[in-house]
Ligand binder design. Sequence first.
Ligand SMILES: Nc1ncnc2c1ncn2[C@@H]1O[C@H](COP(=O)(O)OP(=O)(O)OP(=O)(O)O)[C@@H](O)[C@H]1O
Length: 316
Amino acid sequence: MDGHITAEQLTKFILYSEWVMHSAWWVGDHWSSLMQSIGASEKVFELIELPQYKQVTSQGLKLPQLEGRIEFVNISFNYPARPMIPVLQNVNLSFFPGELVAVVGLSGSGKSTLLALLLRLYEAVSGQILIDGIPLNELDVKWFRSKIGVVSQEPRLFNMDIASNISYGCVKKVSQRDIEWAAKQADAHEFIMSLPDGYKTLIDNARLSGGQKQRIAIARAVLREPTILVLDEATSALDAESENYVKQAIERIVRSNSKRKCTVLVITHRLSTICTADRIVVMKSGRILEMGSHDELLQKDGEYAKLTRRQLSSTV
Ligand SMILES: Nc1ncnc2c1ncn2[C@@H]1O[C@H](COP(=O)(O)OP(=O)(O)OP(=O)(O)O)[C@@H](O)[C@H]1O
């Protein structure tokens, strides 16, 4: 109004000051995320710089052929974080190639700990695990783990197409035919083919049920042609129908006429999944309480019969 600056200069000034204010606000906003990222990356770098655990680096034996015989000989174990609490006590247990063995028992009885020891995530306090008669800690851990397929309760699927999810993590080169073979073994081929894009369907678009996701996870494990397949509570979160599909898939894998016999270990507290298993091992407080087929254990009228009755009455 005094004629010091023109209307054009004033407009420019207002616009520029708005830009400066806006940019300053953005710098402040990004500064806090930058600080957060620096804090988080410190942890990541700490992890990267940790020396590798000697189990993973040690070069152990790689057997020319793995049969899949597993023997737990007098195994006792407690977790390092809770040294006073025995988790496994003098466990003697064998699994043979081509056999479907179920390990059952109440929560906390030590079932998953058997798997953790088999995968050498922990070392037994006493006793020995033998694989085809050779102590597990003499074997090359990476090689041995590559021979084991594990399906857990929560299948980890990624937002890629179904075929990529099945082949995920497989080190050997696989074709579409191999992927379809694995899906057929896992009883998943039919429902995959009924999806609009078949094997090319994106996981997020497919709206899969828990049982369908679990069968994709089984196909992923089967594709690697594991010598030992472990299903750890793989049916626990499923409804009866989905459980039945997964049960059929497990049966198909064990009873298939393939020359390579797979040792299948099913860890569960859901007894309906495993009544056709060759052997059922019942655990309680880190010990093996009883062992036998479904019928034998029912006749024995011990802990297994009690668990079965309890589960039946809770489903009625
Ligand atoms: N990482 C760990 N550190 C310390 N204790 C643990 C750890 N993992 C499991 N435990 C304890 O070891 C015992 C056996 O656990 P485990 O998971 O083997 O039992 P489980 O029979 O598989 O049970 P669930 O059916 O609930 O999975 C439990 O008392 C549990 O609290």
